[in-house]
Design a protein around this ligand. Structure first.
Ligand code: PFF
Length: 492
């Protein structure tokens, strides 16, 4: 008898909502508009759609097929394929876990802004407010010893929320939360986009992004940017799709689900960017600033540019601003639980720890690491973690996954798994994509990522990256070497 109960989605809708919730995150809201704008505007949609179909959906299909066929956690799947591959699974899971520790911090900042937005407490200088009053940022290394209370508390609250959701049974926790938060998120975004289109100057924004620059299509970096956005936005290679698909009952239609998830995620980010750009268009008109100076990405867009916009909007911003930050909060939480579920599943399956306990242990350890980001040096360390883990470690992990599933595992078994219950049949083309095209594109992105990471590194970054490299080698080996407490674990 195993102590861990086999989990299964109680409806395809629960699976779909959880999958879309995992994909729709901060990347859709503040990364996509910037990537779209800086890579040719309207013409960017061509490499974006090609990447979505050719690479994004193809890789999601691999993850679905593997998860569904094995019905196991990533660690046990890789162990079953080849004993020696188990450390690779823990390597991938550790990357995902570390990404979560800082992703949660950004969601925590957003929680602070949600509260601040009720009274627009950021004042006339949101940029200074963000650096001095929210982050208490310093570049001195001694900043690591001073914890910023507001950030600490909000990170703690997000970890508690994630823990409470993960401790529940699959359908009562992740399933139900996704079914509630995702429709709310979509409603808020529809409201914001409709409102943004009524603003004076909106057309300055949305026409800019849909005005194509055809010459950009000849630029390799634009194609890499499109592919990079798909990797980030669909959360490729993070064991999420694999984990969620392993909870699907027999007879599920994997291909239709993959297409639906990918379309919903991309539809969301394109639709949302119309709102973001219309609001920036309004700002360009009212402030007289050139449009391109307003288009930033990440925290700069959400916590600096948008508060500036809200300052000029009058009373209506007392409604729009909290809704905007709430939207980021919901998108962030559904992604956080997805990132953690795969990690918990592997630990729980190998060490035979029940779901509730695993979630609590993982969240406590995660919170302890996140404390690092609640210090005055936190935002600097977060930047290094983000660049290193996303540009370097994660892409390397996806490359390994392509090699293992495309070249070493019996690929035809995956084709059979997908085609069994699907109207759309996959075959040779898919095989060619996974075996050749996808690894080449990932390699291209990886080389570009390594180059950017190295060329922008200062001494502190190099020390942090070296420490992360050691951690990413040592801990996975230890986890793989630890004996499984679950006897079934070794049944391949
Ligand atoms: N796809 C989600 C997003 O776009 O925010 C989740 C995610 C992707 C989280 C990549 C973290 C990450 F590095």
């Amino acid at each position: 008898m195993t102590k861990t109960k086999k989990q299964e989605w109680n409806s395809n809708l629960a699976f779909l909502m959880a999958m879309i919730g995992s994909a729709v995150g901060l990347g859709n809201i503040w990364r996509f508009p910037y990537v779209l704008y800086s890579n040719g505007g309207g013409s960017f949609m061509i490499p974006y759609i090609v990447s979505l179909f050719l690479l994004g959906i193809s890789f999601v299909l691999v993850e679905y097929a593997v998860g569904y066929k094995f019905k196991r956690s990533l660690a046990r799947i890789l162990y079953s394929i080849k004993e020696k591959f188990e450390p690779i699974a823990w390597f991938i899971l550790l990357i995902v876990f570390l990404i979560t520790t800082y992703y949660i911090c950004v969601v925590g900042w957003d929680l602070i802004y949600f509260v601040l937005s009720m009274t627009q407490q950021w004042g006339a200088n949101p940029d200074l407010y963000f650096a001095n009053n929210v982050l208490h940022a310093t570049s001195s290394v001694y900043g690591i010893f001073s914890i910023v209370p507001n950030v600490f508390v909000s990170i703690f609250l997000i970890w508690v929320a994630a823990c409470l959701i993960l401790r529940q049974d699959l359908n009562d926790g992740i399933g139900r939360v996704s079914k509630i938060l995702l429709p709310l998120l979509v409603l808020i975004v529809i409201g914001i986009v409709v409102f943004s289109l009524t603003l004076p100057g909106a057309s300055i924004g949305y026409t800019q992004i849909f005005t194509p620059d055809w010459s950009a299509l000849g630029n390799l970096n634009v194609w890499l940017a499109a592919f990079g956005q798909i990797v980030f936005s669909l959360s490729l290679g993070m064991a999420i799709a694999m984990t969620y698909a392993s909870y699907l009952p027999e007879g599920s239609n994997l291909v239709d689900n993959a297409v639906l998830v990918a379309f919903s995620n991309s539809g969301f980010e394109v639709f949302n960017s119309i709102g973001i750009f219309s609001i920036l268009g309004f700002m360009a008109l009212t402030s007289g600033l050139p449009f391109n100076e307003l288009v930033t990405e990440g925290t700069g867009l959400a916590f600096v540019v948008f508060p500036q916009v809200f300052n000029t909007m009058g009373d209506v911003s007392l409604v729009i601003a909290p809704l905007f930050f709430l939207c980021i909060l919901f998108a962030g939480i559904t992604s956080v639980i997805a990132l953690l579920e795969g990690v918990c599943y592997s630990i729980s399956e190998k060490f035979l720890i029940e779901r509730k306990k695993t979630a609590t242990i993982v969240c406590i350890v995660g919170f302890l690491i996140s404390i690092l980001f609640s210090t005055s040096l936190g935002s600097t360390i977060l930047g290094v973690f983000d660049t290193y883990l996303n540009n370097f470690a994660l892409l390397f992990a996806i490359l390994l996954e392509c090699i293992i599933f495309g070249w070493i595992y019996k690929f035809d078994d995956l084709i059979e798994t997908l085609n069994k219950n699907s109207r759309i049949q996959v075959g040779k083309t898919w095989k060619v994509v996974i075996k050749y095209i996808l690894p080449i594109c990932i390699l291209g992105l990886w080389i570009q990522g390594v180059w950017t990471t190295i060329s922008s590194a200062d001494t502190l970054s190099i020390i942090i990256m070296a420490a992360l490299t050691v951690i990413l080698i040592v801990i996975p080996i230890i986890f793989a070497k630890l004996p499984a407490l679950n006897k079934d674990y070794y049944n391949v």
